[in-house]
Write a protein that binds this ligand. Structure first.
Ligand code: ADP
Ligand code: MG
Length: 475
């Protein structure tokens, strides 16, 4: 099947490239351009035709000479060699078409004067007249969107009843909206692996500007982002581009982000802006948030990707890994018990730094968002990280602690603190409850106290106190 198609395509191509050769081979399809000149008979006939034309022209000249301006003329018509029907000259063509009535042109709809009717007596027609109304309706189809196929209907003397017209109109409008929606989806959604045209353009510009050398491929497609690997390009005056980069493209399909509202909506850093933004801008804010959080971590010396550049919803950072191979996640790597213990203490230290120096809670910390590279743990994926005074900040921290404790306890690190001890070690909050339910209740009470304070003073708490007393307010 495909072989046949290939042959046909090749023939078509040859036809275009070598028309005269094919014309001889194909025989009967003779046109003005590719007459078969290989036959003697054909050549003779063509020459004869030429002579006949010349003869006729001479005849016409003589006819004109004899007749002059005389009102009575003699016709030489019957002596002509080439009959008018054989002639290809357009001179003799009769314009037979009646141009006054074009059946495909719409009759002007008759308008009804103000008084509401035309005519007299029993010939009276009002604006409700079926024919008048139908014609008007037909003409009004022209107002539908250009993509809406109305065929030749507008041109013909169609009379659409109000009912039919209204149904059509309804359909035309809903079609218009549907096609707009489809277009929007195509333009803005970031497909599973590929990216939408706008993102592609952004990436292309980065390569074109020499900032990136090549984008080699996709490392990960998550619910909320697609991550690519790229080789870094030339350094600029103010920027050193790492030799290998990770490009995190935040997905612009919005559904996944709905359940993340609570992270950003209550984050006072973004509070004022959140309410005014459209969903696309909110997604850019996730990227922006990740950039700011990574920068804070970088400044505190926590191993994490280094921000290269942020463009809209695309964040370029240094690549953790080597030769296009990303560093494994902690959940995928088998560490010796020594490395496991080392990793645990490193994480404990990083969580404290994050809380105290960066004023951040990761909020999605687990073995899925920690990479093992160069003999140490690297933290990634911090777009959802919040400050500890976020209305749910301490709950997020407690969840992080649970993940970390469980992972290392299961991984055989005997020294690993349980989640409550870890929480206190990170936050210095000294919550004394010895079971999870009470512990959680105390966390929520603290959060509530903070919220009340914000409500009353329009100001957040600077830090929670370290001895379990009510927090010290920063007045
Ligand atoms: P998501 O929100 O989709 O989980 P992440 O930031 O966790 O996004 O990135 C998804 C995956 O991409 C990570 O698990 C990791 O394997 C890879 N990745 C992300 N950033 C980097 C990076 N800077 N270097 C190497 N790999 C990365
Ligand atoms: Mg992740």
């Amino acid at each position: 099947m495909s072989e046949q198609l290939a042959k046909e395509l090749q023939l078509e191509e040859e036809n275009a490239a070598f028309p005269e050769v094919v014309a001889v081979a194909e025989g009967p399809f003779i046109t003005g351009e590719n007459i078969d000149t290989s036959s003697d008979l054909m050549l003779a006939q063509m020459l004869q035709m030429e002579f006949d034309r010349e003869y006729d022209a001479q005849l016409r000249r003589e006819e004109k000479k004899i007749n002059g301006d005389s009102k009575v003329s003699i016709s030489f018509e019957n002596y002509r060699k080439v009959h008018p029907y054989d002639s290809d000259s357009s001179e003799d063509e009769v314009d037979w078409q009646d141009t006054r009535h074009d059946p495909y042109r719409a009759d002007k709809p008759t308008t009804t004067p103000r008084k509401g009717f035309i005519g007299k007596g029993k010939d009276i027609t009002t604006k409700h007249d079926e024919v008048v109304c139908g014609r008007k309706n037909t003409a009004r189809m022209e107002n539908f969107a250009p993509e809406f196929q109305v065929g030749d209907g507008i041109g013909m003397d169609l009379k659409l009843s109000n009912q039919v017209f209204n149904a059509l109109k309804q359909h035309a409008y809903s079609e218009e909206r549907r096609s707009a929606r489809l277009h929007e989806k195509k333009e803005h959604s970031t497909a599973e692996k590929a990216v939408d045209p706008k993102t592609r353009l952004l990436l292309y510009k980065m390569v074109n500007a020499g900032m990136l050398e090549t984008i080699t491929g996709c490392i990960s497609t998550g619910k909320e982002s697609v991550v690519f690997h790229a080789y870094g390009g030339n350094a600029t005056e103010d920027k050193v581009i790492p030799p290998e980069c990770a490009i995190k493209v935040f997905k612009t399909t919005l559904n996944e982000f709905k359940n993340r509202d609570k992270y950003i909506k209550d984050d006072y850093r973004f509070k004022d802006r959140f309410s005014k933004l459209n969903p696309r801008k909110i997604i850019r804010m996730w990227a922006e948030k990740e950039m700011h959080n990574l920068t804070r971590m970088q400044n505190a010396g926590i191993p994490c990707p280094q921000v290269v550049i942020l463009k809209k919803h695309v964040l370029v950072m240094s690549f953790i890994g080597q030769d296009q191979v990303p560093a494994p996640k902690l959940k995928d790597v088998t560490l010796s018990s020594e490395d496991m213990k080392k990793a645990y203490y490193q994480i404990l230290n990083m969580m404290q730094q994050l809380y105290k120096e960066c004023n951040l809670v990761h909020a999605d910390l687990s073995e899925y968002n920690m990479l093992w590279h160069d003999g140490k743990v690297w933290l990634i994926d911090v777009s959802q990280s919040v400050e500890p005074t976020h209305p749910h900040g301490l709950e997020f921290l407690f969840r992080d602690c649970k993940n970390v404790s469980q992972f290392f306890q299961k991984g055989g690190v005997a020294e690993a603190l349980n989640e409550r001890e870890l929480f206190n070690a990170v936050s210095d909050l000294n919550i004394t409850a010895d079971n999870e339910v009470d512990f959680q209740a105390e966390i929520e009470a603290l959060e509530k106290m903070n919220e009340d304070h914000v409500q009353n003073h329009g100001k957040k708490l600077s830090m929670f106190s370290s001895d379990g007393d009510p927090p010290i307010y920063d007045e």
